[in-house]
Design a binder for this molecule. Structure first.
Ligand SMILES: C[S@@+](CC[C@H](N)C(=O)[O-])C[C@H]1O[C@@H](n2cnc3c(N)ncnc32)[C@H](O)[C@@H]1O
Length: 269
């Protein structure tokens, strides 16, 4: 934990330098795979409580706050939380201080709080096995019955976990190289972890019925997407619900032609 905190405190400045070019400006597009379901659930935005777990500099939290959602965040690194607060302050003023918590998601006591949308963008892989499953289980408990989670990680050829060097700017100018802990998953392993945590993972190409995912799901049905900026890097971007809940999709109406798969959909990069 201490090492993660120290590493991400160092990364914060690189993330911030990257914000205008990538993190803030692409936040809406990267969230599209989950926000389409949140919008289809039909709730008033101000009634949708969002928790951004491992919020980093707050690009997603800030974007959703500006969009009118009721946004909360947690990150273990002070430098990250301060940046999340700065983005939330533009919408919530001094309330941003309490809306962005500095702490470990695993340890933080959320009392009886519940959320309608939980984001774990590039978060779960910061935790070692089996803590990753404990985190997902905690998300499942914090989700309202109809709530949706969005969990993303990179698609790896094999699963490993180790201290590894991370370049926060991916080899570009102003990069910050630090060792930090990283769990790697194959897409099937990531799906397995999500199921073990008590959530049901789904894939929905934009038409038809959503496909419930398990580790036997063929690769071409997995929600795997190319990084929007880094050639060769691929992401597994998973929307998930509580077990027994359904993913909101448009009601099928034989009179209305089905939408075709949108090439415009550009998930987390
Ligand atoms: C790879 S970054 C992703 C940040 C952001 N979600 C994004 O996509 O830009 C992972 C974030 O998780 C935070 N983090 C790592 N372990 C955590 C923990 N146990 N509890 C809360 N935050 C944690 C790190 O400080 C870091 O900001």
């Amino acid at each position: 934990m201490a090492r993660q905190r120290a590493a991400y405190n160092r990364f914060a400045l690189s993330y911030e330098i990257d914000a205008a070019r990538r993190r803030d400006s692409w936040a809406a597009r990267w969230l599209e795979p989950v926000m389409r379901h949140v919008e289809l659930a039909g709730r008033k935005r101000s009634d949708v409580r969002v928790l951004d777990v491992g919020s980093g500099i707050g690009s997603f939290a800030g974007h959703l706050a500006h969009e009118g959602f009721d946004v909360w965040a947690i990150d273990i690194a002070d430098e990250m939380v301060e940046r999340t607060r700065a983005r939330l302050r533009q919408v919530y003023g001094s309330d941003a201080q309490s809306r962005a918590v500095r702490g470990s998601f695993i340890e933080h006591d959320f009392a009886s709080e519940q959320f309608d949308l939980i984001l774990g963008v590039a978060f779960v892989h910061c935790l070692p096995r089996p803590v990753d499953v404990l985190a997902i289980r905690k998300m499942a408990e914090l989700l309202n019955e109809e709530g949706i989670a969005y969990l993303t990680t990179t698609a790896e050829p094999d699963g490993q976990e180790a201290l590894a060097l991370k370049d926060a700017m991916r080899g570009e100018r102003d990069g910050t190289l630090m060792r930090r802990y990283r769990t790697r998953y194959t897409p099937a392993q990531f799906i397995d972890r999500i199921r073990a945590g008590g959530l049901t993972p789904w894939s929905w190409p934009g038409y038809g019925a959503p496909v419930e995912l398990d580790s036997l799901t063929p690769a071409d049905a997995m929600p795997i997407f190319s990084d929007t900026h880094v050639p060769g890097k691929r992401w597994v971007d998973v929307v998930a619900t509580r077990q027994g809940a359904l993913l909101p999709v448009p009601a099928t109406d034989p009179g209305v032609p089905e939408p075709t798969r949108s090439d415009e959909l550009v998930p987390v990069g």
